[in-house]
Design a protein around this ligand. Structure first.
Ligand code: AHG
Ligand code: MN
Ligand code: MN
Length: 331
Protein backbone atom coordinates (compact mmCIF):
# COMPACT_ATOMS: atom_id res chain seq x y z
CA UNK A 1 0.00 0.00 0.00
CA UNK A 2 1.17 3.49 -0.77
CA UNK A 3 1.84 5.79 2.16
CA UNK A 4 3.54 8.89 0.87
CA UNK A 5 4.65 9.84 4.38
CA UNK A 6 6.65 6.65 4.69
CA UNK A 7 10.38 7.05 4.21
CA UNK A 8 12.58 4.53 2.44
CA UNK A 9 14.28 3.78 5.75
CA UNK A 10 10.93 2.98 7.39
CA UNK A 11 9.82 0.92 4.40
CA UNK A 12 12.99 -1.18 4.50
CA UNK A 13 12.54 -1.96 8.21
CA UNK A 14 8.84 -2.74 7.81
CA UNK A 15 9.44 -5.13 4.92
CA UNK A 16 12.52 -6.80 6.32
CA UNK A 17 10.57 -9.70 7.80
CA UNK A 18 8.87 -10.51 4.49
CA UNK A 19 12.27 -11.31 3.02
CA UNK A 20 12.94 -15.01 3.24
CA UNK A 21 16.54 -14.88 4.53
CA UNK A 22 15.79 -11.94 6.77
CA UNK A 23 18.74 -11.13 9.01
CA UNK A 24 18.83 -7.39 8.60
CA UNK A 25 21.95 -7.64 6.46
CA UNK A 26 20.15 -6.99 3.17
CA UNK A 27 18.33 -4.05 4.77
CA UNK A 28 21.61 -2.50 5.88
CA UNK A 29 22.99 -3.04 2.42
CA UNK A 30 20.10 -1.25 0.73
CA UNK A 31 20.44 1.50 3.33
CA UNK A 32 24.10 1.93 2.35
CA UNK A 33 23.13 2.22 -1.30
CA UNK A 34 20.53 4.82 -0.34
CA UNK A 35 23.23 6.83 1.42
CA UNK A 36 25.68 6.67 -1.50
CA UNK A 37 22.85 7.62 -3.86
CA UNK A 38 22.26 10.82 -1.91
CA UNK A 39 25.93 11.73 -2.05
CA UNK A 40 26.12 11.09 -5.81
CA UNK A 41 22.85 12.94 -6.33
CA UNK A 42 24.31 15.99 -4.60
CA UNK A 43 27.31 15.94 -6.94
CA UNK A 44 25.26 15.29 -10.10
CA UNK A 45 23.10 18.28 -9.19
CA UNK A 46 26.14 20.53 -9.04
CA UNK A 47 27.35 19.52 -12.53
CA UNK A 48 27.89 22.76 -14.40
CA UNK A 49 28.87 24.67 -11.24
CA UNK A 50 31.95 22.71 -10.26
CA UNK A 51 34.60 21.03 -12.33
CA UNK A 52 33.06 17.59 -12.58
CA UNK A 53 31.73 17.45 -16.11
CA UNK A 54 33.79 16.19 -19.00
CA UNK A 55 36.09 13.26 -19.56
CA UNK A 56 38.96 12.26 -17.28
CA UNK A 57 41.15 11.52 -20.28
CA UNK A 58 41.26 7.85 -19.24
CA UNK A 59 39.41 4.84 -20.59
CA UNK A 60 37.73 2.13 -18.54
CA UNK A 61 38.26 -1.60 -18.89
CA UNK A 62 35.89 -1.68 -21.83
CA UNK A 63 37.86 1.01 -23.70
CA UNK A 64 35.10 3.53 -23.10
CA UNK A 65 35.96 7.11 -22.23
CA UNK A 66 35.54 7.66 -18.52
CA UNK A 67 33.76 10.76 -17.38
CA UNK A 68 34.72 12.47 -14.15
CA UNK A 69 31.34 11.61 -12.71
CA UNK A 70 31.78 7.94 -13.66
CA UNK A 71 34.86 7.86 -11.51
CA UNK A 72 33.28 9.88 -8.70
CA UNK A 73 30.15 7.72 -8.54
CA UNK A 74 32.22 4.55 -8.69
CA UNK A 75 34.35 5.68 -5.74
CA UNK A 76 31.36 6.79 -3.67
CA UNK A 77 29.43 3.54 -4.03
CA UNK A 78 32.48 1.36 -3.48
CA UNK A 79 33.75 3.38 -0.51
CA UNK A 80 30.34 3.41 1.16
CA UNK A 81 29.99 -0.36 0.86
CA UNK A 82 33.59 -1.04 1.90
CA UNK A 83 33.62 1.39 4.84
CA UNK A 84 30.34 0.10 6.21
CA UNK A 85 31.71 -3.43 5.93
CA UNK A 86 28.43 -4.63 4.54
CA UNK A 87 29.33 -6.89 1.59
CA UNK A 88 32.03 -9.45 0.87
CA UNK A 89 32.54 -8.49 -2.76
CA UNK A 90 31.84 -5.82 -5.37
CA UNK A 91 32.06 -5.86 -9.15
CA UNK A 92 31.73 -2.60 -11.04
CA UNK A 93 31.44 -1.68 -14.68
CA UNK A 94 34.33 0.71 -14.07
CA UNK A 95 36.70 -1.87 -12.53
CA UNK A 96 38.59 -4.54 -14.39
CA UNK A 97 38.37 -7.17 -11.65
CA UNK A 98 35.98 -7.82 -8.80
CA UNK A 99 36.92 -6.54 -5.35
CA UNK A 100 37.08 -8.89 -2.37
CA UNK A 101 36.32 -7.28 0.99
CA UNK A 102 37.88 -9.24 3.85
CA UNK A 103 36.04 -12.21 2.45
CA UNK A 104 38.53 -14.76 3.77
CA UNK A 105 38.22 -13.43 7.32
CA UNK A 106 36.40 -16.01 9.46
CA UNK A 107 34.80 -13.20 11.48
CA UNK A 108 33.35 -11.64 8.36
CA UNK A 109 29.83 -12.98 8.14
CA UNK A 110 28.82 -10.79 5.19
CA UNK A 111 27.19 -12.98 2.59
CA UNK A 112 26.22 -10.60 -0.20
CA UNK A 113 28.03 -9.42 -3.31
CA UNK A 114 27.00 -6.28 -5.21
CA UNK A 115 27.38 -5.61 -8.92
CA UNK A 116 27.03 -2.02 -10.02
CA UNK A 117 26.88 0.38 -12.93
CA UNK A 118 27.74 3.47 -10.85
CA UNK A 119 26.77 5.97 -13.51
CA UNK A 120 24.58 4.93 -16.39
CA UNK A 121 24.13 7.22 -19.38
CA UNK A 122 27.39 9.09 -18.86
CA UNK A 123 27.22 10.60 -22.34
CA UNK A 124 24.31 12.68 -21.03
CA UNK A 125 26.06 14.28 -18.05
CA UNK A 126 27.42 17.28 -19.87
CA UNK A 127 24.05 18.24 -21.32
CA UNK A 128 21.89 18.10 -18.18
CA UNK A 129 19.95 14.98 -19.19
CA UNK A 130 18.99 12.25 -16.71
CA UNK A 131 21.58 9.70 -15.68
CA UNK A 132 21.30 6.81 -13.25
CA UNK A 133 22.88 4.12 -11.10
CA UNK A 134 22.01 0.41 -11.40
CA UNK A 135 22.71 -2.23 -8.73
CA UNK A 136 22.28 -5.97 -8.41
CA UNK A 137 22.69 -8.09 -5.27
CA UNK A 138 23.41 -11.83 -4.89
CA UNK A 139 24.20 -14.16 -2.01
CA UNK A 140 27.72 -15.50 -2.30
CA UNK A 141 27.95 -19.14 -3.40
CA UNK A 142 31.32 -19.74 -1.79
CA UNK A 143 31.54 -20.53 1.93
CA UNK A 144 31.72 -17.75 4.50
CA UNK A 145 35.31 -17.35 5.65
CA UNK A 146 36.79 -18.23 2.25
CA UNK A 147 37.89 -15.82 -0.48
CA UNK A 148 35.06 -14.77 -2.81
CA UNK A 149 35.56 -16.13 -6.31
CA UNK A 150 34.44 -15.24 -9.81
CA UNK A 151 31.58 -17.76 -9.51
CA UNK A 152 30.01 -15.64 -6.79
CA UNK A 153 29.55 -12.93 -9.43
CA UNK A 154 28.74 -15.09 -12.46
CA UNK A 155 25.32 -16.20 -11.25
CA UNK A 156 22.29 -16.10 -13.51
CA UNK A 157 19.92 -13.20 -12.95
CA UNK A 158 17.33 -15.54 -11.39
CA UNK A 159 19.57 -15.73 -8.34
CA UNK A 160 19.38 -12.01 -7.61
CA UNK A 161 18.05 -11.29 -4.14
CA UNK A 162 17.55 -7.62 -4.90
CA UNK A 163 18.11 -5.14 -7.69
CA UNK A 164 17.37 -1.50 -8.23
CA UNK A 165 18.22 1.75 -9.86
CA UNK A 166 18.47 5.40 -8.98
CA UNK A 167 17.46 7.96 -11.56
CA UNK A 168 18.90 11.45 -11.22
CA UNK A 169 16.23 13.24 -13.22
CA UNK A 170 13.76 16.07 -12.81
CA UNK A 171 13.49 14.49 -9.40
CA UNK A 172 15.74 11.81 -7.96
CA UNK A 173 14.10 8.43 -7.48
CA UNK A 174 15.18 5.06 -6.19
CA UNK A 175 13.31 1.95 -7.39
CA UNK A 176 14.09 -1.52 -6.13
CA UNK A 177 12.79 -5.04 -5.78
CA UNK A 178 13.59 -7.92 -3.47
CA UNK A 179 11.41 -10.25 -5.53
CA UNK A 180 8.19 -9.00 -4.01
CA UNK A 181 7.11 -6.37 -6.52
CA UNK A 182 8.78 -3.06 -7.31
CA UNK A 183 8.59 0.01 -5.12
CA UNK A 184 9.75 3.53 -5.88
CA UNK A 185 10.87 6.37 -3.64
CA UNK A 186 11.32 10.04 -4.49
CA UNK A 187 13.96 12.20 -2.84
CA UNK A 188 12.86 15.37 -1.12
CA UNK A 189 16.11 17.27 -1.67
CA UNK A 190 15.35 19.91 0.95
CA UNK A 191 15.64 17.37 3.75
CA UNK A 192 17.55 14.59 2.00
CA UNK A 193 14.88 11.93 2.55
CA UNK A 194 13.41 9.41 0.10
CA UNK A 195 9.62 9.01 0.42
CA UNK A 196 7.48 6.16 -0.90
CA UNK A 197 5.98 7.45 -4.15
CA UNK A 198 5.26 4.31 -6.23
CA UNK A 199 3.81 1.16 -4.64
CA UNK A 200 4.07 -2.16 -6.47
CA UNK A 201 4.45 -0.47 -9.84
CA UNK A 202 3.33 -2.46 -12.92
CA UNK A 203 4.14 -2.03 -16.60
CA UNK A 204 1.06 -1.30 -18.72
CA UNK A 205 0.55 -4.59 -20.62
CA UNK A 206 0.76 -2.65 -23.86
CA UNK A 207 2.19 0.74 -24.79
CA UNK A 208 2.92 2.90 -27.77
CA UNK A 209 6.57 3.86 -27.27
CA UNK A 210 9.56 2.20 -28.92
CA UNK A 211 13.09 3.13 -27.84
CA UNK A 212 16.08 2.30 -30.00
CA UNK A 213 19.13 4.13 -31.32
CA UNK A 214 17.97 4.35 -34.93
CA UNK A 215 21.29 5.89 -35.97
CA UNK A 216 22.49 2.27 -36.07
CA UNK A 217 19.58 1.21 -38.32
CA UNK A 218 21.66 -0.04 -41.24
CA UNK A 219 23.62 -2.32 -38.89
CA UNK A 220 20.58 -3.98 -37.32
CA UNK A 221 19.61 -7.59 -38.06
CA UNK A 222 16.67 -7.86 -40.48
CA UNK A 223 14.15 -8.91 -37.84
CA UNK A 224 14.82 -5.68 -35.92
CA UNK A 225 14.49 -3.60 -39.11
CA UNK A 226 11.19 -5.35 -39.82
CA UNK A 227 9.96 -4.70 -36.31
CA UNK A 228 10.83 -0.99 -36.60
CA UNK A 229 8.83 -0.87 -39.82
CA UNK A 230 5.93 -2.50 -37.94
CA UNK A 231 6.18 0.19 -35.22
CA UNK A 232 6.01 2.89 -37.87
CA UNK A 233 3.13 1.47 -39.90
CA UNK A 234 -0.22 3.20 -39.79
CA UNK A 235 -2.55 0.55 -38.44
CA UNK A 236 -4.60 0.22 -35.25
CA UNK A 237 -2.73 2.01 -32.45
CA UNK A 238 0.34 2.43 -34.67
CA UNK A 239 2.51 4.27 -35.58
CA UNK A 240 4.15 4.13 -32.15
CA UNK A 241 6.06 7.07 -30.76
CA UNK A 242 9.85 6.94 -30.82
CA UNK A 243 11.59 8.04 -27.60
CA UNK A 244 15.29 7.46 -26.94
CA UNK A 245 17.30 9.21 -24.25
CA UNK A 246 20.47 7.14 -24.37
CA UNK A 247 20.45 6.37 -20.64
CA UNK A 248 19.11 2.87 -20.11
CA UNK A 249 17.78 3.78 -16.68
CA UNK A 250 15.80 6.74 -18.04
CA UNK A 251 14.53 4.92 -21.13
CA UNK A 252 13.48 1.92 -19.03
CA UNK A 253 11.89 4.07 -16.32
CA UNK A 254 9.76 5.97 -18.83
CA UNK A 255 8.65 2.78 -20.57
CA UNK A 256 7.74 1.11 -17.26
CA UNK A 257 5.50 4.01 -16.34
CA UNK A 258 3.98 4.73 -19.74
CA UNK A 259 4.22 1.36 -21.49
CA UNK A 260 6.80 0.71 -24.18
CA UNK A 261 9.61 -1.41 -25.55
CA UNK A 262 13.38 -0.83 -25.37
CA UNK A 263 15.73 -2.44 -27.90
CA UNK A 264 19.52 -2.62 -28.04
CA UNK A 265 20.27 -5.15 -30.80
CA UNK A 266 23.67 -6.35 -31.99
CA UNK A 267 25.36 -3.92 -34.40
CA UNK A 268 28.50 -4.03 -36.53
CA UNK A 269 30.28 -2.00 -33.83
CA UNK A 270 28.95 -4.18 -30.99
CA UNK A 271 28.23 -7.57 -32.60
CA UNK A 272 27.37 -9.12 -29.23
CA UNK A 273 25.21 -6.17 -28.20
CA UNK A 274 26.33 -3.18 -26.17
CA UNK A 275 24.67 -3.49 -22.80
CA UNK A 276 26.34 -5.37 -20.01
CA UNK A 277 24.63 -8.49 -18.71
CA UNK A 278 25.75 -8.20 -15.10
CA UNK A 279 25.54 -4.48 -14.41
CA UNK A 280 22.68 -3.41 -16.66
CA UNK A 281 20.58 -6.20 -18.19
CA UNK A 282 20.16 -8.52 -15.19
CA UNK A 283 19.08 -5.90 -12.65
CA UNK A 284 16.80 -4.15 -15.16
CA UNK A 285 15.36 -7.53 -16.24
CA UNK A 286 14.62 -8.49 -12.61
CA UNK A 287 12.79 -5.19 -12.04
CA UNK A 288 11.07 -5.56 -15.40
CA UNK A 289 9.71 -9.04 -14.62
CA UNK A 290 8.70 -7.99 -11.12
CA UNK A 291 6.73 -5.15 -12.70
CA UNK A 292 4.95 -7.52 -15.08
CA UNK A 293 7.16 -6.85 -18.12
CA UNK A 294 9.48 -9.13 -20.10
CA UNK A 295 13.21 -8.95 -20.84
CA UNK A 296 14.90 -11.14 -23.45
CA UNK A 297 18.09 -11.36 -25.51
CA UNK A 298 16.23 -12.69 -28.58
CA UNK A 299 16.67 -16.33 -27.57
CA UNK A 300 15.71 -16.56 -23.94
CA UNK A 301 14.76 -14.61 -20.89
CA UNK A 302 17.65 -12.49 -19.68
CA UNK A 303 17.37 -13.94 -16.17
CA UNK A 304 18.03 -17.47 -17.49
CA UNK A 305 21.37 -16.63 -19.11
CA UNK A 306 24.40 -18.20 -17.44
CA UNK A 307 27.04 -15.43 -17.44
CA UNK A 308 30.51 -16.34 -18.72
CA UNK A 309 32.49 -13.23 -17.86
CA UNK A 310 32.20 -10.11 -15.72
CA UNK A 311 31.93 -7.56 -18.49
CA UNK A 312 29.89 -9.69 -20.90
CA UNK A 313 27.64 -7.82 -23.34
CA UNK A 314 24.40 -9.10 -24.80
CA UNK A 315 21.56 -7.94 -27.07
CA UNK A 316 18.78 -6.58 -24.86
CA UNK A 317 15.04 -6.16 -25.46
CA UNK A 318 12.67 -5.33 -22.62
CA UNK A 319 9.34 -3.74 -21.91
CA UNK A 320 5.59 -4.25 -21.81
CA UNK A 321 4.65 -7.92 -22.00
CA UNK A 322 2.45 -7.73 -25.10
CA UNK A 323 4.97 -5.63 -26.98
CA UNK A 324 7.81 -8.07 -26.32
CA UNK A 325 5.55 -10.97 -27.32
CA UNK A 326 4.71 -9.15 -30.55
CA UNK A 327 8.41 -8.44 -31.16
CA UNK A 328 9.24 -12.14 -30.63
CA UNK A 329 7.12 -13.01 -33.64
CA UNK A 330 9.66 -11.14 -35.80
CA UNK A 331 12.68 -13.07 -34.49
P1 AHG B 1 27.10 3.72 -19.55
O1 AHG B 1 26.95 5.21 -19.48
O2 AHG B 1 26.98 3.08 -18.20
O3 AHG B 1 28.31 3.27 -20.31
O4 AHG B 1 25.81 3.12 -20.32
C1 AHG B 1 25.42 3.64 -21.53
C2 AHG B 1 24.48 2.67 -22.16
C3 AHG B 1 23.04 2.78 -21.73
O5 AHG B 1 22.75 3.61 -20.66
C4 AHG B 1 22.32 3.28 -22.95
O6 AHG B 1 21.11 2.62 -23.05
C5 AHG B 1 23.24 2.96 -24.07
O7 AHG B 1 24.52 2.87 -23.56
C6 AHG B 1 23.21 4.01 -25.14
O8 AHG B 1 24.03 3.60 -26.17
P2 AHG B 1 24.08 4.37 -27.57
O9 AHG B 1 24.70 5.69 -27.29
O10 AHG B 1 24.93 3.47 -28.40
O11 AHG B 1 22.67 4.45 -28.08
MN1 MN C 1 25.27 1.87 -18.22
MN1 MN D 1 28.19 3.37 -16.50
Amino acid sequence: MLNKNQTLGEFIIKNQTSFKYSSGELSSLINSIRLAAKVVNHEVNKAGLVDIIGPTGDKNIQSEKQQKLDVYANEKFINTLVNRNIVCGIASEEEQAFISINSNDKNNQNKYVVLIDPLDGSSNIDVNVSVGTIFSIYRRKSKIGTEVSIDDFLQSGRHQVAAGYIIYGTSTMLFYTTGNGVNGFTLNPAIGTFYHSHANIQFPKHGNIYSINEGNYLQFPDFVKNYIKFCQEEEGDRPYTSRYIGSLVSDFHRNMIKGGIFLYPPTAKNPKGKLRLLYECNPIAFICEQAGGLAINGEKNILDIQPKELHQRIPFYCGSEEMIQQFQKFI
